[in-house]
Each structure stands twice: as C-alpha cells, then as structure tokens.
Write a protein that binds this ligand. Structure first.
Ligand code: DAU
Length: 328
C-alpha cells in the first residue's frame, strides 16, 4: 500500500514511516519541517519526501498522488508552546486537518487522524475516558486537536469520507524533540541542568511507547471502522515518579529537581479506557516501568549527536521564554 504520512519527519510520524518501510509498504512523507521536523529522523529509511504544509491544498495533492491512505501525524503538539502562541495550532491542527480531509474526500483515500487523550480534559481519580465521552479540552493545543477531530467526524457523516480517529496517551521513545517531559529531563540531566517540575509534580500521565502507538495507528488504518474513535492507552505514573526514575537512570543528584511555577490550566490527570482498540487485537509490547524508560534514557545517552545540535538556536530562545523566569 502507498501511504501518505503527514508529519513523517517528526517524532511519532518517523516511527510510523520506519514501520511501513519494514513491512514493504510505500511511505510518502509530507512535512513542513518546522522546528521539530527533522529529516535525520528518517536517515537510512526508504521513503519519498515532499516538503510542504498540510494546510496547502496543492502541496497535499502533489504528495498524495497515488496514495490509497493517509495517516495524519502533522500537528503543532506542545501544550506550553500553545500557551505562548496559539495561532499556529489553529492553522495546522484545524485548517491543516480540514485541507487533508478535503483531499481524502476527492481522492477516496482511507484516513486516520492521530489525535490525543488531551481532548477529554482532566479526570478525577478512578475514572477513565471512553471514546464517546464529551470533549473538554483545557489548553489551546487540546482545543485545536478537538476541533480537528470534529472536522473528521463531520467529513465522515456529511461526505462519507472513510476516516477514523486514534486518541493516544503520552508517547515516549527515541527521536522525541527535547521540549517534552522525558527528553527534556533526560537531556537536561545528561548536561547537568535543572529538571523543572511544574507545581507539585503529582499530575498523572499514561505512558505509551512510540512503537506501540504506531502499531495501534496501523491497525486502525487497516481494520478500524470509518467514523469510529479508538483510544490508545499507556501506563499511569505521576510526573514526580518519572522524574525520580530519570534521576536514578542518569545517575545525577536529586538536587537538580526544581519545583517551579505550574503550567497555566494544567490538566491533573489523563487516563484512557482502550478496550475498544484491544477488541481489534492491539496490546502494548513495551512496558514503560520495566524496560521502556531505561531503553529510552540509553538512547539519549548514546545519541548526543542527534539532540545536542537541536538544543541551540530556536530551541534556546524557546527555553529562555518558557523557563528563565521559572528557574530564576
Ligand atoms: O497526552 C498526550 C499528549 O501528551 C500529546 O497530545 C501531546 O502532544 C504531548 O505533548 C503530551 O502532552 P503533555 O502536556 O502531557 O506532555 P509534556 O511532556 O509537555 O508534559 C508531561 C507532563 O509533565 C505534564 O503534566 C507537564 C509536566 N511537565 C512538562 C514539562 C515540559 C513538567 O512538569 N515540566 C516540564 O518542563
């Protein structure tokens, strides 16, 4: 199958391209190569590459030629950046999604929208989000993703586009841009820098390995029902527990941990009920608590040449804006 992978040079997208290539499927990548898109993520991997924006109909049509399916990984994804500047999120996550849907409508391609558990908003202990729960996004990022999901469902109902949605938990693994909790804290620890924990650090996230996330997306692309949403869950941990594990695994002093000013509108907990996906035959193969985090830390330790160049230029400016006042 020839598959259009938008955002294929990003973190989860590049894991997906590798998965398709390993199975002999043809991956066509469309990526705007914004700050977190990185062609080095696809080094040595068979694929066709198109540089462009998913909100540009011509770029989508050119890249999509001959593709029977599209998996949409292209998105602005970082909550903290959405608080600093929400507009880009609406451009890519809403208008970009609608542009891709229009192409799928014209071409008849199968469509999978890679979405997030953040669209459900935060949860009390002991509750898990199900696919038909109301959407209560908290951040500009989550609101943009929720709007994208609603576009997908409207295109299914109104135009019969064969689209499904996956809503994944916090994803970890190699090649993740070092602005997210795990790669930020691991690379900071390896550089002897402070680990800025927002608030009390008792917020809960579910952790899902990138390969398990991609296996779920591929399964939904092949066997999912149009118009259906599938949650992809992970293992629950408090941020402070993850932080202490990173301190142990990198061998740094726990004195590097700094509790800093909280994120505005910070969701306390996400948790997914993914029984529906499991009935399609999915189950995770990587355990975060047992080996997943350890292997990820090892990858960052062994691949400084991947992340050191990233932690300069635009990254430094962002880091200053986001953390300088918190760490002062
Ligand atoms: O849940 C799925 C979502 O997971 C994805 O849709 C998002 O694209 C992805 O960014 C992630 O969102 P989070 O906001 O949960 O991820 P992040 O790595 O930014 O933060 C994880 C938790 O760690 C969150 O509670 C905030 C906290 N945190 C994060 C950073 C960057 C800190 O305490 N300090 C930090 O410096």
């Amino acid at each position: 199958m020839r598959v259009l992978v938008t955002g294929g040079a990003g973190f989860i997208g590049s894991h997906f391209v590798k998965r398709l290539a390993a199975k002999g499927d043809e991956a066509v990548v469309l990526d705007r190569l914004t700050y977190s898109g990185n062609r080095a993520n696809l080094e040595g991997v068979e694929h066709e590459f198109h540089h462009g924006d998913i909100a540009d109909p011509e770029a989508v049509a050119a890249a999509g030629t001959g593709c029977a399916a599209v998996a949409n990984f292209a998105a602005e994804t970082h909550v903290d950046r959405s608080i600093l500047g929400p507009r880009e999120f609406v451009h890519t996550d809403v208008l970009g999604t609608q542009t891709l849907l229009e192409w799928a409508r014209e071409s008849g391609a199968r469509y999978v929208q890679v979405s997030t558990d953040e669209v459900y908003g935060d949860l009390e202990p002991n509750i898990r989000s199900r696919e038909d729960d109301p959407l209560r996004p908290s951040s500009p990022y989550a609101a943009a993703k929720a709007a994208g999901d609603l576009q997908v469902l409207a295109y299914v109902r109104t135009y019969g586009v064969r689209a499904s949605i996956t809503r994944g938990a916090n994803t970890f693994g190699s090649h993740q841009y070092p602005e997210k909790l795990i790669p930020l804290f691991v690379t900071n620890a390896l550089e002897g820098l402070e680990l800025p924990v927002y608030g009390d650090g008792k917020q809960v996230r579910e952790w899902l390995h990138a390969d398990d996330h991609c296996a779920a997306i591929e399964l939904v692309l092949r066997d999912g029902e149009p118009g259906e949403v599938y949650n992809v869950g992970g293992e629950e941990f408090e941020n402070i527990e993850v932080t202490h594990r990173i301190v142990e695994l990198t061998g740094v002093d726990a004195g590097l941990i700094r509790h800093v000013e909280d994120r505005a509108g910070h969701d306390r907990r996400y948790a997914l009920d993914d029984a529906k996906l499991r009935t399609l035959g999915w189950s995770p193969r990587h355990s975060f608590g047992e080996t997943g985090l350890t292997e990820t830390v090892e990858w960052y330790r062994a691949n400084r040449d991947w992340w050191e160049p990233i932690k300069s230029g635009e990254y430094r400016e962002y880091y200053e804006r986001q953390y300088a006042h918190r760490l002062a």
